[in-house]
Design a protein around this ligand. Structure first.
Ligand code: NDP
Ligand code: MG
Length: 389
């Protein structure tokens, strides 16, 4: 019986993780209990989840929501925590065997470090953790001898394609990208797109932030950084391939020019389950892949002219140090501002590039304080730009 600490349980990945847990328990092959559930402020959904899964504790980041939850669930007598301390406590929960981090944004970094410090394997959906703190996080995993298991579908695919092969014989990672809702559009055509249009992803149903990141292709830039840290490969060995159908989830090319791909229906429950049951492969709620219905698969080079976020992220990774943390933080702020209707779509890359250019010190990414300071400075830069208009 595996006990799970689930951070971000009320989100898209969180809810699908609980669906996977239901499936594993129904099949009985690898039953799973839920030790802790954590969210930001969605009290009604967290209450429903707590009544179904009976965790030993819950955390709500927002203190008022934590109090509300406590008032509504007196009959359950579950300890309720809040704030970043509560989130880190949930991540290091003593009886948890694995932590699935599915919170959105840089706020996931400290809980990831807390989980690794407590020697818990971390199934990581929260890519911002690796983008901003890749050096810190991979070092903590190494030092504590615990694995980082990818949940992001592309990274799970690469992880699966690497099994049984030598990393030293990898020539390239081929990271697939759907191209998002604006594939084929020119820069001019993107100037007036609205949040509503950007939130309509053709293949995946996801949280708002990652959906906007997919529309700008910043998501793929963040995923290049994620791949660099998860698989310890230089940026030159990571190639982005636009693949509209989201059936090939990524590929690995080896020294002999053999390419191994992982395919499946676009459904996150497969990579989530693989991270929880690895190295076992068990029946999963994700649907079967019907290749006859798919018919054909297409592949294109990315258009970095219309979607500069990809190049901005790759360039930050090349510079190294704290530049990726700056890009990540500025992007988080810019995406929030776009969703609030405060800025246009094309201002997202402008703000991310501006914050990266202002990040002077490109060493220091091995210190949590330095990463947090780079994050703060980039957010402040974005706010100053927004307020000065
Ligand atoms: P959602 O926006 O759907 O959910 C975010 C979750 O994080 C919610 O449970 C939210 O709680 C919680 N949360 C947000 N802030 C905090 C905080 N400060 N403290 C505690 N919990 C917090 O996001 P997704 O599920 O789409 O994405 C989660 C992560 O997974 C992201 O990093 C994303 O890039 C990555 N990912 C997502 C994919 C997807 O298909 N959705 C695919 C691949 C990666 P509340 O509901 O209370 O606000
Ligand atoms: Mg992905």
């Amino acid at each position: 019986m595996k006990a799970l600490s689930l951070l971000g349980s009320t989100g898209s990945i969180g809810a699908q993780t609980l669906d996977v847990v239901r499936g594993l328990n129904a099949a009985g092959a690898e039953p799973c209990t839920v030790a802790v559930l954590a969210a930001h402020s969605n009290v009604p959904l967290l209450e429903r989840q707590a009544r179904e899964f009976r965790p030993q504790a819950v955390t709500l980041f927002d203190p008022a929501a934590a109090k509300d939850f406590k008032d509504r669930t007196r009959d359950l007598s579950i300890p309720v925590f809040s704030g970043i301390e509560g989130l880190c406590r949930a991540a290091a929960w003593e009886t948890a065997d694995v932590v699935l981090n599915a919170v959105v944004g840089m706020v996931g970094l400290r809980p990831t470090l807390a989980a690794l410090g407590a020697k818990k394997p971390v199934a990581l959906a929260n890519k911002e953790t690796l983008v901003a703190g890749g050096e810190l996080v991979t070092r903590a995993a190494r030092e504590n001898h615990v694995p980082l298991l990818p949940v992001d579908s592309e990274h799970s695919a690469i992880f699966q394609c690497l099994r049984g092969n030598e990393c030293s014989q990898v020539k390239r990672l081929l990271l697939t990208a759907s191209g998002g809702p604006f594939f084929g559009k020119t820069r001019e055509e993107l100037a007036n797109v609205t949040p509503e249009m950007a939130l309509r992803h053709p293949n995946w149903s996801m949280g708002a932030k990652v959906t906007i990141d997919s529309a700008t292709m910043m998501n793929k830039g963040l995923e290049v950084m994620e791949a660099r840290w998860l698989f310890d490969l230089p940026v030159e060995k990571i190639q982005v391939v636009v693949h509209r159908e989201s059936i090939v989830h990524s590929m690995v090319e080896y020294a002999d020019n053999g390419v191994i791909a992982q395919l499946g229906a676009p459904d996150m429950r497969l990579p989530i389950q693989y991270a929880l049951t690895y190295p076992n492969r068990l029946p999963c709620p994700a649907p079967e892949l019907d290749l006859f219905q798919v018919g054909s698969l297409s592949f294109f080079p990315p258009d970095t002219e219309a979607f500069p976020c990809l190049s901005i992220a790759v360039e930050a990774l090349r510079r190294g140090g704290l530049a990726p943390a700056a890009v990540n933080a500025a992007n988080e702020q810019a995406v929030a501002a776009f969703l609030q209707g405060r800025i246009g779509f094309l201002e997202i890359p402008e703000l991310a590039a501006g914050a990266a250019a202002r990040q002077p010190d490109c060493s220091g990414a091995d210190s949590l304080d330095a990463v947090l300071e780079a994050d703060r400075a980039a957010r402040q830069y974005v706010e100053t730009q927004l307020n000065g208009r």
